[in-house]
Design a protein around this ligand. Structure first.
Ligand code: HEC
Length: 182
């Protein structure tokens, strides 16, 4: 009798412990639950927010990374291949003709609208006090219409910084004495 009583006590204790443990589990999950999804929601929102901001900023000139640091390791030969996309409108040789676009010999360091006898848009004429330094050329080539609204250069733009660096390294080589690298 006393053994069975003892057994009941133990069973009750085990049961109680189980209920307490379950209760703790519920309470525990109850406490954790509202936090976990909250964190996830914030995390997802933050990631989406960043993406949206980056996408929205993409056409803006401000989003274009500096080209200077890429020029030291840029490849003018690869740039010459990319320049084939420009030859429909531009010549690159010394004394070459203006076509749809102006001749580009010696363009790095030259003033905006540098070619004699070429009918530039008001957009580029308005910038004629500024030289084409590396960053200016990079911004223009990345997105001509964003850089010079109203430009006549009907070219969508080279978005990849590495391609622009190679191309600009090639443009730099088109001079009697190339401008020093930055
Ligand atoms: C569809 C024709 C076309 C293509 C393709 C084109 N351009 Fe042009 N480019 C022009 C025209 C037109 C102008 C004059 C823009 C103006 O007056 O607004 C110009 C102007 C420029 C200028 C300014 C020259 C100056 O004297 O100030 C640079 C630099 C230039 N282009 C580089 C390039 C490069 C590099 C490429 C190839 C990645 C390229 N362009 C592709 C038509 C083109």
């Amino acid at each position: 009798m006393s053994a069975s009583f003892e057994f009941n006590k133990v069973a009750a204790a085990v049961l109680t412990a189980g209920i307490v443990a379950m209760g703790a589990g519920f309470v525990g999950r109850g406490l954790v639950k509202p936090h976990t999804p909250e964190k996830n929601v914030i995390g997802i929102e933050a990631a989406e927010g960043t993406q949206t901001a980056a996408a929205a900023a993409e056409p803006a000139a401000a989003a274009i990374e500096p080209i200077g640091p890429l020029l030291a390791s840029a490849d003018p030969k690869a740039g010459e291949a990319i320049a084939k996309r420009c030859t429909a409108c531009h010549t690159f040789d010394k004394g070459g003709a203006n076509r749809v676009g102006p001749n580009l010999w010696g363009i790095v360091g030259a003033k905006h609208g540098h070619a004699e006898g070429f009918a530039y848009s008001d957009a580029l004429k308005g910038m004629s006090a500024k030289p084409w330094d590396y960053e200016e050329i990079s911004h223009f080539i990345a997105n001509p219409k964003a850089y010079a609204p109203g430009t006549k250069m009907a070219f969508a733009g080279l978005r990849k910084a590495e391609e622009r660096a190679n191309l600009i390294a090639y443009l730099r080589s088109l001079a009697d004495s190339p401008v020093p690298l930055p």
